[in-house]
Each structure stands twice: as structure tokens, then as C-alpha cells.
Design a protein around this ligand. Structure first.
Ligand SMILES: [Zn+2]
Length: 79
């Protein structure tokens, strides 16, 4: 159930690990993004980020026009 209406894909219910390459830190943020060439407009893919990599990943997605929103991991739907 998507109580927040974020439209984001559910994340795993076990350990949430940062999506940055080579990083195994616990994630505290969920970056919601959409690639309009691949996804319907309401779809939200989720990247997880530790506090160190949040800015880096937001910039990466933002530079491509994919970034939509960043939320705390507690707000993400668990699978
Ligand atoms: Zn990280």
C-alpha cells in the first residue's frame, strides 16, 4: 500500500544500504527519480543514500533531469 502517494517502488525490508558505488553504509535517504524515456510519468524509482552520498547522488540524477524528491527512508514503502 502506498500510503504517502509517492508512487515509489518498494524497498527491501531488511538492511537498507547506500546505492553509491562501493558504499556499504546504512542508507538514511531515499532519492525518488524517473527517467521519462524508460518510465511512465508517475513511476518513481528509488535510490538509497547514506548522508555522505545524498548530495552526490542528487546531483547525478539532477544533472540528467531525473531527480524528483528526496525523503527519509522511514517514509519509503517496504516490500
Ligand atoms: Zn554512501
Amino acid at each position: 500500500m502506498d500510503v504517502l502517494g509517492l508512487g515509489a517502488d518498494p524497498v527491501a525490508d531488511d538492511a537498507l544500504v547506500c546505492s553509491a558505488k562501493g558504499c556499504r553504509d546504512e542508507a538514511h535517504w531515499g532519492l525518488l527519480w524517473n527517467n521519462p524515456k524508460l518510465h511512465t510519468p508517475e513511476r518513481r524509482k528509488v535510490w538509497l543514500a547514506c548522508s555522505d552520498h545524498r548530495d552526490h547522488l542528487e546531483r547525478f540524477l539532477g544533472a540528467r533531469g531525473f531527480w524528483k524528491q528526496t525523503v527519509g527512508v522511514d517514509e519509503l514503502e517496504r516490500a
